[in-house]
Design a protein around this ligand. Structure first.
Ligand code: ADP
Ligand code: ASP
Ligand code: MG
Length: 402
């Protein structure tokens, strides 16, 4: 029996009609090589951002359910145009929305989780020798409401489909694979041939946009080998695989940054039990994901708490923290910050990694606002304007330059 392969194409790969035709050619070449093909596509180019902007031009806090109805339209443009491009070449194809496939999700709008995927419809169409083209990033709840999976979520659609169909998974994008850092920011970034699920999961969670974090999680759970590679060249990319002992020899695998951070400071909050619990419980209830937290003691039984969140959650978070102002607490926010992190499974067994990073930042006059560490990462919040200098210096000091 022919093997099934999932080919996922990101937004920049289907940015205009000529690119969509190029993708169609790539798919047809793969079919000739003897595969059954399920394609997952993102919305063309900046479509999702443009749709978001339209809604935010109406209100700062648009309704989540309606945002999902809006954002899911982008992917429908790509699936239909790609299917048309394949059919004109005389090969049969069919486009399917998440709902038509049966990608069942939770109802947590704009960040829904996949609960179940039905393989029936896809297998039926593959049996009819069709190329199946699925809209990424979207699903449907049990009561038929459209949902989306979070920004960059087409990767998750692709890996989850690969898990269900026991297929190989190829993620086609606009760079040749996973690099030691974003090659668009640090010129000397080096391509990685093999990376462990844990390392890329950490990198993705810390902001490396090249793969969606939950896609990696699903890949690890179901043992899907993921090949991240370029749409525009034939070069082998990066394989995401289980960790092997040789990988631990590398202390720092990559440098990651997140430009979408905001730091919120809650100043002069009472120093008593339950204060932090109630603040972060309220934020969680409003579905605001909190990242780093620092608490320091101020005078007179008062504390200062600072924390970081994603920019997209700022409006929701401010509604929660503003309530505290009634009791004399002062609220500040700073959206001119960024987070830079180093990641590597080998860090577990090597000392002085954090101090080497801090020294590289200090030598380049980069001030550190916040620090957090785990077994396989160190993160610092710094001024946004210093990001490029910081990334270049840290990449160099750990010997990652190409
Ligand atoms: P797609 O539209 O194909 O999903 P994305 O923009 O989501 O593409 O992801 C690809 C981009 O990820 C690259 O253009 C690159 O700028 C960025 N990127 C960030 N960190 C890395 C990294 N470590 N390796 C490769 N690319 C990275
Ligand atoms: N179109 C969606 C986004 O821009 C999903 C994706 O591209 O993966 O976030
Ligand atoms: Mg992406």
């Amino acid at each position: 029996m022919e093997k099934i392969v999932i080919m996922k194409f990101g937004g920049s790969s289907v940015g205009d009609v000529s690119k969509i035709k190029n993708v169609a050619d790539k798919i047809l070449a793969k079919k000739k090589a003897g595969y059954k093909i399920v394609v997952v596509v993102s919305a063309p180019g900046d479509t999702t951002d443009d749709l978001l902007k339209m809604a935010y031009d109406i209100t700062k806090n648009p309704d989540d359910r309606e945002m999902d109805v809006l954002l899911s339209t982008g992917e429908q443009i790509s699936i239909s145009l790609l299917s048309i491009s394949i059919k004109v070449k005389g090969i049969d194809a069919i486009s399917l929305t998440g709902s038509q496939v049966g990608i069942l999700t939770t109802d947590s709008h704009t960040k829904a989780k996949i609960k179940e995927i039905s393989s029936e419809k896809i297998l039926l169409e593959l049996a009819h020798n069709k190329i199946v083209i699925v809209a990424g990033f979207q699903g449907v709840t049990e009561d038929k409401t459209i949902t989306t999976l979070g920004r960059g979520g087409s990767d998750l659609s692709a890996v989850a489909l690969a898990a269900v169909l026991e297929a190989e998974c190829e993620i086609y994008t606009d760079v040749e694979g996973i690099y030691t850092t974003d090659p668009r920011i640090v010129e000397k970034a080096t391509k990685i041939d093999y990376i462990s699920y844990d390392e890329i999961l950490e990198m993705a969670s810390l902001g490396a946009g090249v793969m969606h974090a939950r896609a990696v999680e699903v890949g690890k759970k179901y043992g899907v080998v993921i090949h991240v590679r370029s749409t525009f060249t034939e070069t082998e990319g990066t394989y995401i695989v289980e960790e092997d002992s040789a990988m631990e020899d590398v202390v720092v695998r990559g440098v990651v940054f997140d430009k979408n951070q905001v730091k919120i400071s809650v100043l002069h909050i009472p120093d008593e039990p339950g204060v932090a619990a109630s603040l972060f419980e309220s934020l969680a209830k409003s579905e605001v994901n909190v990242d780093m937290i620092i608490q320091s003691t101020a005078e007179n039984n008062k504390n200062n708490i600072s924390f970081t969140i994603d920019k997209s959650d700022l409006a929701k978070a401010m509604i929660v923290v503003k309530v505290l102002e009634e009791n004399g607490t002062k609220i500040l926010y700073d959206d001119e910050v960024a987070k830079i992190s180093i990641v590597g499974v080998g860090m577990k067994s090597h000392a002085a990694v954090a101090s080497t990073m801090f020294k590289a930042l200090a030598d380049n006059e980069v001030n550190i606002h916040m620090i957090s560490t785990s077994e396989i990462k160190v993160s610092c919040v710094i001024d946004f304007v210093k990001l490029e200098v910081a990334a270049t210096a840290v990449h160099k000091v750990f010997g990652l330059d190409s």
